[in-house]
Design a binder for this molecule. Structure first.
Ligand code: UDP
Length: 234
């Protein structure tokens, strides 16, 4: 599959057209950003690792009945994906308190939650991705009522699937971010699933194996990403 025009370049990935108008090539970069790009850097070989982890996770979800944009892996840094129109929402699922949840609600990192928390942020860098609720989504026509129900249902199932998958690897899925898109009238999972978009802690030690190592200068960032890769592909 030959790469055509670049149609989008984000913080961590680039999308290229292909000869097929329904398919794009998703290229994973080593660039890392945090705090709405206030902090920038690179994580050596992150693109390779995240492409492999995302490939594994999309495969896992597809085999459990979740439709995704993943078509096939192409090479170390590229996967073939369905061309979707992204729903401008960051769908965040939390199993334990971390990150902005601790800041917003004044709770300690790692605090157990009585039930998972589902959040929406409006995907808009200029506004700093503000937290919104179902009413905002519908009033601003970011998604329809039916789409919203499907997205919530998928997010909940994805959480169940990923949590039990990571648990078997002695890893705890603390929280993660999903993005969905419209493809031929249907909602499917898009974007990526990787240590850039999930918080993953080692069970027993609490060792952080995700982008928090970069965000907070904890060191051993590459090693953490490699550790997740080696466990998920075991
Ligand atoms: N997340 C993401 N992209 C974003 C914002 C959050 O992938 O633009 C992920 C983040 O890595 C974490 C989860 O979503 O796994 C919850 O993030 P949080 O709201 O705590 O934001 P943070 O404090 O990390 O900015």
């Amino acid at each position: 599959m030959n790469k055509g025009n670049k149609i989008y370049e984000g913080k961590a990935k680039i999308l290229y057209e292909t000869a097929d108008p329904d398919l794009l090539i998703q290229y994973f970069k080593d660039d890392a950003t945090a705090f709405n790009a206030a902090k920038k850097g690179t994580i050596h070989d992150k693109g390779i690792v995240n492409n492999k982890i995302s490939t594994k996770m999309f495969g896992l979800l597809e085999s459990n009945g979740i439709p995704t944009h993943f078509v096939q892996n192409l090479n170390e840094r590229e996967m073939l994906v369905k061309r979707v129109t992204i729903v401008p929402l960051e769908v965040i699922v939390r199993n334990k308190a971390a990150g902005s949840f601790c800041r917003n609600y004044g709770v300690q990192e790692g605090r157990s939650l009585a039930s998972p928390v589902f959040e929406f942020s409006y995907k808009c860098d200029a506004l700093n991705d503000p937290l919104i609720n179902d009413y905002h989504v519908l009033a601003l026509e970011l998604a329809t009522k039916d789409e919203l129900e499907i997205i919530k249902n998928f997010a909940s199932k994805i959480n169940d699937i990923m949590r039990s998958f990571f648990l078997k690897l002695n890893l705890e899925l603390i929280d993660f971010k999903l993005e969905f898109g419209r493809y031929k009238g249907k909602i499917i999972l898009a974007d990526e699933i990787s240590p850039d978009t999930c918080r993953i802690w080692e069970i027993g030690t609490g060792r952080k194996l995700d982008k928090d190592r970069f965000r907070h200068d904890l060191g051993s960032v590459e090693e953490a990403y490699q550790e997740v890769l080696s466990r998920v592909t075991k």
